[in-house]
Design a protein around this ligand. Structure first.
Ligand SMILES: NC(=O)c1ccc[n+]([C@@H]2O[C@H](COP(=O)([O-])OP(=O)(O)OC[C@H]3O[C@@H](n4cnc5c(N)ncnc54)[C@H](O)[C@@H]3O)[C@@H](O)[C@H]2O)c1
Length: 419
């Protein structure tokens, strides 16, 4: 059995059931796995994967292993690990896994270090944690990975910053930039799973409540539309004029957070920024407000400020911490301010991760085949990958589409015809 540091190996059977259930809704990734099993494009590659340890990630890791890679998996967040999935990967797939639900930040960092000590050829990053740890420990050219893939918006921002500062050590494929990733995972995945996490954590009725969504990017659009679908009165806060306009024309009230907090029953922060709700906003926050973060890092809600302001703190439910203010108000923080959909729920549904992780698998293949010849910049997968993944997904969903006639195709590429 592989080396590992996980919660409980005895959970392996439950983990296998969960992985099987999720793989049942991941036909595109499973199709790629079938091809990888035959072609072995990752043969000889050591691959360190740092992702949320969920059943969907297990499906990806098993696909990368089927492609010939020697894969190891570490958690990308101390609170998102599904211990049963970790156990199944170790016991049934002989994958070294390092991640325990509820691990300390020090343990999380030690696991990241283990992933780097494995001398990987490729990194699969989520929030650029592996790569930034690598840069911070000092680069050893002899042990430099050939490249990395990046899963999420927050990580792409960090990789773009590395490129701009001239410190990006290898080519990176920003999986998040694929349309078959952010248009579905960020929008429909976060839209559904963030709401699901909040409901599982609180059992609150959303109908008739005022929900403030901070950030109207891909995730925010999804969260706002799903909250509205459940009957909530949605307010959006934004800093980008175009996004704010879009939210307004989608029918939402748009206002600054300082104003929105006075009405908010629930705030869902999904900006990728820090201190979106902090001491200034807590001063006017409505009594009983629920605070949830769905952005990648736990910095959107200023938890340190809440701790400092509170005169008392209670835990009424598993994922709810209630902060009691001196003036009698209470605020309820979900999942310690970490990704609510992964802490209080199971993360995104497999049907969207099917496409995200199909992109991950293709990105790993591109790096394995071409890394030596790729520029040390942030790349995205070619449009052909989006077309392939969307075509396979449509096929799996039993959806047919029209095909251009020759005349239509000519018309779309000509300029002479008109009225
Ligand atoms: N919960 C999940 O499972 C999950 C899934 C995908 C992405 N993410 C994370 O969610 C975050 C958002 O991702 P995205 O793809 O929607 O990004 P995005 O760039 O499409 O959208 C972010 C939006 O937030 C706005 N914004 C920035 N600062 C703000 C502020 N102070 N107040 C209000 N609005 C502000 C930006 O203008 C932008 O429109 C990132 O951290 C990303 O990594 C989480």
């Amino acid at each position: 059995m592989a080396d590992y540091e996980i919660g409980d190996i005895n959970l392996a059977e439950a983990g296998r059931n969960r992985i099987n259930w999720n793989e049942g809704d991941m036909p595109v990734l499973l199709g790629i796995r079938e091809r990888f099993t035959k072609e072995r494009p990752l043969k000889g590659m050591r691959l360190s994967v740092c992702l949320h340890i969920t059943a969907k990630t297990a499906a990806l890791v098993r696909t990368l292993a089927a492609g010939g890679a020697e894969v190891m998996l570490v958690a990308s967040n101390p609170l998102s690990t599904q211990d049963d999935v970790a156990a199944s990967l170790v016991a049934h797939d002989e994958i070294p896994v390092y991640g325990i639900r509820g691990e300390s930040v020090d343990t999380f960092r030690r696991h990241v270090a283990i992933a780097l000590d494995a001398k990987p050829h490729l990194l699969c990053d989520d929030g650029a944690d592996l790569t930034s740890a690598l840069l911070q420990r000092g680069l050893n050219p002899g042990l430099m990975p050939l490249g990395a893939t990046e899963e999420t918006t927050a990580g792409v921002k960090r990789f773009n910053a590395m490129e701009a500062q001239g410190v990006l050590p290898f080519p990176v494929i920003a999986v998040n930039e694929s349309r078959t990733k952010h248009m579905f995972d960020n929008r429909y995945g976060t839209g559904q799973s963030a709401i699901d996490g909040i409901i599982r954590a609180t059992n609150l009725l959303l109908a008739g409540r005022t929900i403030v969504v901070a950030g109207y990017g891909w995730c925010g659009r999804g969260v706002a539309s799903r909250a509205a679908g459940l009957g909530a009165k949605v307010i959006v806060t934004e800093v980008n004029p175009v996004k704010a306009l879009e939210a307004a024309m989608d029918g939402f009230r748009v206002m600054p957070m300082s104003q929105a907090v006075r009405e908010a029953d629930i705030i869902i922060a999904v900006t990728g920024n820090h201190t979106v709700v902090g001491a200034e906003q807590f001063a006017d926050l409505k009594d009983g407000a629920v605070l949830a973060n769905a952005g990648h890092f736990n910095v959107e809600i200023d938890v340190a400020a809440l701790e400092a302001l509170a005169v008392d703190k209670t835990q009424p439910r598993t994922h709810v911490t209630s902060y009691h203010m001196a003036d009698g108000r209470q605020f309820h923080l979900l999942g310690e301010g970490r990704l609510v959909n992964l802490v209080a729920g199971e993360g995104h549904p497999p049907a969207v991760m099917d496409m995200s992780f199909a992109n991950q698998a293709l990105a790993a293949e591109v790096l394995a085949r071409n890394a030596g010849s790729m520029a040390k910049i942030v790349h995205r997968l070619p449009d052909s990958a989006d077309t392939l993944i969307a075509t396979l997904k449509l096929k799996a969903m039993g959806i047919r589409l029209d095909v251009l006639t020759g005349a239509q195709d000519n018309y779309l590429h000509s300029w002479q015809e008109g009225t």
